[in-house]
Design a binder for this molecule. Structure first.
Ligand code: PGA
Length: 261
């Protein structure tokens, strides 16, 4: 059975002391609000991963990386490898975020290499896909999503649904305050699940978490999580404040005990 994943993508925010403060407060909250059907996750910048892990150790929360190198090791200045993340016991890593695609020219082929490196190291990739406003307005959403899935997962074997997570993030909704309606999001999530079913079979497709991202906040998360194929949120801006992040975890806990999702 799928959990609800409440994932905070911190991007290039928070310094060392802000990271510690947030993690200590999150730890205090989670000691009182443990729910095995909800997985909170935070993705700080590389230098503070182990600091966050240290503070949150033994608590029901995952600490994820925001990116990984497509190379295994060697002379790649500034890069961090999947094996290095694995040696830190990092178990999740975001790849293919639209900001990486847009500002760093990442392609589906490169994201596929990153995905392979993560799978080789037993790390769960959170693979981001999503259409731009122009593509949506041209009626090309479905085509773009399928082509991103085909490119990122080209000849990649997925044996079990807990090996990967997908995040649908319409580019026009990221950091803009414009969220896809729950209906628009559900429609694309159903398309993704259908593609997963054709590619990896019913069981894997039923087990894979598909997160929605793009201006998710306490005000709109409930309606999104109520959709059948939305298994959580990948949240930027609203994950940076401890109060709003914990409010969203709390709402997910409520929904999971009400039998929602
Ligand atoms: P946002 O970012 O919640 O600030 O829109 C989401 C993301 O980029 O993952």
């Amino acid at each position: 059975m799928r959990k609800i994943i409440i994932a905070g993508n911190w991007k290039m925010n928070k310094d060392a002391s802000e990271t510690s403060k947030f993690c200590s407060e999150l730890g205090t909250y989670l000691k009182k609000h443990d729910n095995e059907r909800v997985l909170p996750l935070i993705a700080p910048v590389f230098p503070f991963l182990s600091q966050a892990q240290g503070i949150l150790r033994s608590l029901p929360v995952a600490v994820a990386a925001q990116d990984v190198s497509s190379h295994a090791e060697g002379a790649f200045t500034g890069e961090v490898s999947a094996a290095q993340l694995c040696s830190l016991e990092v178990r999740h890593c975001i790849i293919g975020h639209s900001e990486r695609r847009q500002y760093h020219g990442e392609t589906d082929a490169l994201i596929r290499e990153k995905l392979l490196r993560l799978l080789e190291n037993g790390i769960i990739p959170i693979v981001c896909i999503g259409e731009t406003l122009q593509q949506r307005e041209q009626g090309r959403t479905e085509q773009v999503i399928i082509s991103q899935l085909e490119g990122c997962f080209d000849q990649i074997t997925i044996a079990a649904g807990d090996q990967i997570v997908i995040a649908y993030e319409p580019v026009w909704a990221i950091g803009t305050g414009k969220t896809a309606t729950s209906g628009q999001a559900q429609e694309v999530h159903a398309l993704i699940r259908n593609w997963l079913q054709t590619s990896y079979g019913s069981q894997a497709a039923a087990d894979i978490h598909i997160l929605y991202g793009g201006s998710v906040k306490p005000d709109n998360i409930r309606e999104l999580l109520e959709q059948k194929d939305i298994d959580g949120g990948l949240i930027g801006g609203a994950s940076l404040k401890i109060d709003s992040f914990c409010t969203m975890i709390g709402l997910a806990c409520e929904l999971s005990s009400a039998g929602g999702n």
